[in-house]
Design a protein around this ligand. Structure first.
Ligand SMILES: CC(C)(COP(=O)(O)OP(=O)(O)OC[C@H]1O[C@@H](n2cnc3c(N)ncnc32)[C@H](O)[C@@H]1OP(=O)(O)O)[C@@H](O)C(=O)NCCC(=O)NCCS
Length: 252
């Protein structure tokens, strides 16, 4: 296992021992003895406090804490991209409130892969996750902002990135008061242009609920073509949902 993120046990303050390591949110963390580690793994009474401690360290390691290194590493993998009316930039910890406003709205999550958020901590967790996965090279998820205002109004995502085969999936969500102005189309178009020029992406894929007319409309306008229907692909709210699969190919 790689070296522990923390040098000292969150419980005793003693140095971390090599035989007491475990994984937390994709990182190696440690305790001073295997007993504390097992208690953490089993969700014991002190595990919540331990998680809080590790979360702070994880955020610090990304430079996300106030006064931190301002996410320089993140900015290198998620550079700011300008579009006609929009700016795409790396998400920050201070976006949590705006991100929560997007994904706590049932209209936005109607065709999404999770129910509406109910807790602001879910926004902070997503921002941490975006940073970790971006730095690991797995995903690019930008905050969508308008030129006149740095506040996040949605996100645009390229994920399931396969650099060998030069393909990835796309995702997008916008605050509902900004729908219907072509803003998501502008954001996705800019992100795909970046992926084409930066890593030579040649195929973009989307997986859309058959009833999500806005998403299907947006993708078709951007040249995505329907490639099939995947049956019973998602289990949501007690029901089973099909998906329309679409693809856009950039020919060499
Ligand atoms: C999907 C979403 C991002 C679209 O954002 P948007 O900025 O309004 O999209 P755009 O204006 O760029 O394009 C939407 C297209 O669909 C059309 N459209 C919008 N609502 C529609 C509806 N109810 N029925 C049919 N077409 C619709 C628009 O007219 C537009 O087509 P046009 O450019 O040919 O006029 C937004 O609705 C959203 O955030 N939804 C919730 C999250 C989500 O479902 N994401 C997609 C998951 S696959």
């Amino acid at each position: 296992m790689p070296k522990s993120l923390n040098r000292f046990c969150p419980r005793s303050g003693e140095p971390v021992s090599d035989n007491s390591l475990t994984r937390y949110r994709g990182r190696t963390v440690g305790f001073c003895n295997p007993g504390c580690r097992d208690d953490f793994d089993n969700g014991g009474p002190r595990a919540t406090e331990d998680r809080r401690y590790f979360d702070v360290l994880i955020r610090e390691s990304y430079g996300l804490m106030p006064g931190g290194r301002a996410g320089k590493a993140l900015e290198a993998v998620l550079p700011t991209l300008e579009a006609e009316r929009l700016r795409l930039r790396a998400p920050r910890e201070s976006d949590a409130e705006s991100l929560f406003a997007v994904f706590s709205n049932p209209e936005v999550t109607r065709y999404w892969s999770h129910p509406p958020w109910t807790d602001r901590a879910q926004a902070t967790e997503l921002i941490d996750d975006i940073c970790r996965r971006a730095l690991d090279g797995q995903l690019w998820q930008w905050a969508i902002t308008e030129h006149a205002d740095d506040r996040l109004i949605g996100t645009v995502t390229l994920f399931s990135m396969n650099r060998n085969h030069r393909r990835c999936e796309v995702g997008f969500a916008l605050r509902s008061d900004r729908w219907g102005q072509g803003l998501a189309r502008e954001a996705l178009s800019r992100a795909m242009r970046y992926a084409e020029s930066e890593v030579g992406m040649r195929r973009f894929e989307a997986d859309v609920d058959p009833d999500n007319a806005a998403s299907l409309g947006l993708l078709r306008r951007l040249g995505f073509e329907e490639e099939g229907r995947a049956r019973a692909r998602w289990r949501m709210g007690g029901g089973v949902q099909d998906s329309i699969l679409l693809g856009r190919v950039i020919h060499d």
